[in-house]
Design a protein around this ligand. Sequence first.
Ligand SMILES: Cc1cc2nc3c(=O)[nH]c(=O)nc-3n(C[C@H](O)[C@H](O)[C@H](O)COP(=O)(O)OP(=O)(O)OC[C@H]3O[C@@H](n4cnc5c(N)ncnc54)[C@H](O)[C@@H]3O)c2cc1C
Length: 402
Amino acid sequence: MTKHIIIAGSGFAGTWSALSAARAVALAGKAESIEITVISPEPSLHIRPRLYEAVIENMDPDVGKLFAAVGVKHVAGTVENIHSDWHQVEVQLPNGERKKFAYDKFILAAGSRLFQPPVPGLREHVFNVDQLATAKVLDQHLKALPGRPPSPARNTVVVAGGGFTGIETVAEMPQRLREIFGAEVEFRVVVVEQAPEIGPDLGPGPRPFIEEALAQEGIEIITGTGVAAITGDSVTLGTGEVIATHTVVWTAGARANKLAAQIPGDHDRFGRVDADPYLHAKKAKDIFVTGDVALAATDNLGNNAAMSCQHALSLGRVAGHNAAAELVGLKLHPYSQPKYVTCLDLGPWGAIFSEGWDRQVKFTRDEGKAIKREINTKWIYPPMADRDAVFAVANPDYVIVP
Ligand SMILES: Cc1cc2nc3c(=O)[nH]c(=O)nc-3n(C[C@H](O)[C@H](O)[C@H](O)COP(=O)(O)OP(=O)(O)OC[C@H]3O[C@@H](n4cnc5c(N)ncnc54)[C@H](O)[C@@H]3O)c2cc1C
């Protein structure tokens, strides 16, 4: 009888789960008896790490052909409910129909969403770079600004949140505005960070470089206060200061997809499901969690996977392998990713490449930027190759680290 692996999501974790599961099934010679199905709104992988960039092209490579090449089915739809007790998921299809899919192994790879706290005006007035559709809305808004009457509000962009995404977004903004308006128009670009310092999670190593890069672009850094209210014309800070602006970009944090809450067991403060070393959800038999929905230890030193593409790629390979391995009798592969690197884009200044959880800076400026370019245009893209080439990099041991 055919056994079913169902994967929710075709992002980094979902795509690599599918490829890795297909590899394991092929290795065991069981392709005839295992069906692997990815369910997601469309058969494409959205390249979320690049959505802060000015040019929003080639951000959603097609994975349909890739899946077909390795025998994975794709169903367009959205998983709405996970019934772990009776091994079923309920899916909303594009035609409005609701359909149930039974699984032997289910992999939740539905990613994360921008966290939007109840700040007055936030939902109505902010832009974000969290999803491809919302990054396109921001892009269209910026490109339409020259059509508005000149005013301080038109010529000011405020980025709320000075973490990784906020810094990358704001660092790119002056150049983006110069390209839209021309060099002669003056802008005000501001980043607001609630913590006492910019890049609070990035630590002291990268900070001087971040400050230098933002200063070079004339970006104002406001720290120690948050955004208290937003209208279409202004943002009010916790200090009471009001900044006239038509453009507030919200970047402050992510939360696991709400489907994660339907999986029994412990969840962390980001809503991620507690996973064992093989990426089983600890309290739900036959469910694996991966990518941004998984709380998984990367090493024996107490570090957990970040909500990052870097971790999602490896988490995906391991979850897919293990889901298939349990069905075809292969050895399970424990998840381990002790090497951690970050590459932070700082706009025209360049980029910082760091190693370790304490972020020791190894490359800056053009050298860092060259690595960032390589990551953003090659390493994180799905392979468009033949079956054997795909399987060679779908190994759960495979890591891309410079
Ligand atoms: C602006 C920005 C910059 C970033 N920069 C970096 C960086 O420099 N380095 C880094 O490592 N990470 C970075 N990240 C984080 C990285 O993008 C995420 O950690 C990564 O995308 C997580 O991969 P994932 O596969 O778990 O989820 P996602 O990429 O979010 O994919 C989720 C998939 O699930 C699908 N889905 C959602 N809901 C459902 C549902 N109900 N049913 C079925 N399918 C569903 C989606 O359509 C999508 O296919 C950045 C993120 C952003 C937004």
